[in-house]
Ligand binder design. Structure first.
Ligand SMILES: [Zn+2]
Length: 188
């Protein structure tokens, strides 16, 4: 096995860690398409045998230029494939757990919302603070004990709330569809 020319396929620089104590094998590639051609580097025969190098080639971070492509030991390849599969499974599991946690938290979190029932004069909203869980936030209109019976009179409308920088892109607005029999129509 001789030294081989290898090209970095990634946009950023890539460093091959030297084997223990052997700093002659320290190789730095510049990002792919480097104007000075520093994305292609010579790797010593010794360094070609190292796991970091073979791993980089297996992941196609590095491609070997020319015909002298070093064969990756099938056992090493199997090992690398297995490592990649384990890493992918762990990543997927972590992502699923995180999503579960976020969903769980959002559902249980209590939101203090102003009651959307009519105020005493029927011209505005009651606005008494009520606690609504995240799970119910967009399903049940926030109504205080005095206005709870009006729940069926409200429909949810999702509106964009783009004027607030920190606001979530959407929020739910509750619109009253019918007037209760003893309720005065709001004066415009
Ligand atoms: Zn109320």
């Amino acid at each position: 096995m001789t030294a081989v020319l290898t090209r970095n396929t990634q946009p950023g620089p890539l460093v091959l860690q030297p084997a223990d104590g052997n700093y002659n094998d320290y190789v730095v590639w510049q990002g792919a398409g480097d104007p000075d051609g520093q994305d292609v580097q010579l790797v010593s025969a010794e360094a070609v045998q190292t796991v970091p190098f073979q791993r980089a080639v297996a992941r196609q971070l590095l491609v070997v230029e020319g015909d002298d492509v070093p064969a990756v030991d099938p056992a090493v390849q199997a090992y690398l494939d297995r490592q990649a599969a384990i890493a992918e499974a762990a990543r997927a599991r972590a992502e699923a757990e995180l999503n579960d946690k976020i969903e769980h938290t959002e559902n249980r979190e209590l939101h203090g919302l102003g009651c959307v029932g009519p105020d005493a004069r029927g011209t505005g909203t009651c606005n008494t603070m009520v606690s609504v869980s995240g799970k119910d936030k967009d399903k049940i209109p926030p109504l205080c004990s005095q206005h709870k019976h009006l729940a069926l009179h409200y429909v949810a409308e999702v509106v964009a709330d783009n004027d607030k920088v920190d606001a979530k892109p959407e929020r739910t607005r509750w619109i009253r569809t019918t007037m209760g029999p003893r309720e005065k129509a709001p004066t415009q």
